[in-house]
Write a protein that binds this ligand. Structure first.
Ligand code: ZN
Length: 241
């Protein structure tokens, strides 16, 4: 007895989502004539948020198409840079360090260490924020309007991945890394009472978070953070030339 089959060719960049035994090349999948292309791709483990064009027998095809026997399906990765109408993000609970990095670069990055999956999806949808996560199951949730899988285990790599994917406009040192609020310049005299004498002697330029009130001063950030931001700015500007 022969079962109806389609062959799925997944782009190399997306093979990490496949089961290890399927990463070597084309994957044969049984098709029942009723499942959509999008469903077939997601059931292989590839979230549609990571997918660019879908091809059937070489022709671009909508995810609603129902693959039939003998179809050859191509799954391309989402093209970079991925266009966003506004670069706003919400991060899942495991990406707190990345959230701080994004904020340092001036990006709007909502994050709460205790947010549940439903709350994350609600926040992404209501605020038109891209949900950044390494949870593939979360990306496959039907209710989610837009999400992105973050590549890399180290925060530096994750940061680079997000910048490379979206090439968002950066505004370093304009946002509070602690709470995501916007920073405004503030006169030294206004913040003097809450600063240590050494800080007052050393620094002249201060800013304050409009949300949590935290005061920042230029130079307070370690060399390492300066380097992170510099490399981010270079990555975004250099890559768009
Ligand atoms: Zn703040």
């Amino acid at each position: 007895m022969s079962q109806a089959q389609a062959v799925v060719i997944v782009a190399a960049e997306l093979r990490l989502f496949l089961r290890p035994g399927r990463r070597g090349g084309p994957v044969a999948v049984a098709v029942d004539g009723t499942s959509s292309l999008g469903h077939v791709v997601q059931s292989l483990g590839v979230p549609l948020t990571e997918v660019g064009r879908l091809l059937v027998n070489g022709e671009p095809t909508a995810p609603g198409y129902r693959p039939g026997n003998g179809d050859v399906v191509g799954v391309e990765a989402v093209r970079r840079p991925q266009q966003l109408t506004s670069a706003r993000f919400v991060l899942d609970v495991h990406l707190g360090t990345l959230a701080r990095r994004l904020r340092l670069a001036g990006l709007d990055a909502a994050y709460a260490s205790d947010a549940g999956d439903d709350a994350l999806i609600g926040q992404a949808n209501a605020g038109r924020r891209v949900l950044l996560t390494q949870d593939r199951g979360l990306l496959r949730r039907r209710a989610l309007w837009l999400g992105a899988y973050v590549r890399g285990a180290r925060p530096d790599d994750q940061f680079r991945d997000v910048l490379d994917r979206f090439r968002p406009p950066l505004a370093p040192w304009t946002r509070c890394p602690a709470c995501n609020g916007l920073l405004s310049p503030v006169a030294k005299a206004a913040v003097a009472p809450v600063l240590r004498p050494g800080t007052l002697r050393t620094y002249q330029t201060f800013s304050r978070c409009g949300s949590c009130g935290q005061v920042y001063w230029h130079g307070a950030h370690s060399k390492r953070l300066e380097q992170i931001i510099d490399s981010a700015v270079r990555a975004v500007t250099g890559a768009s030339e």
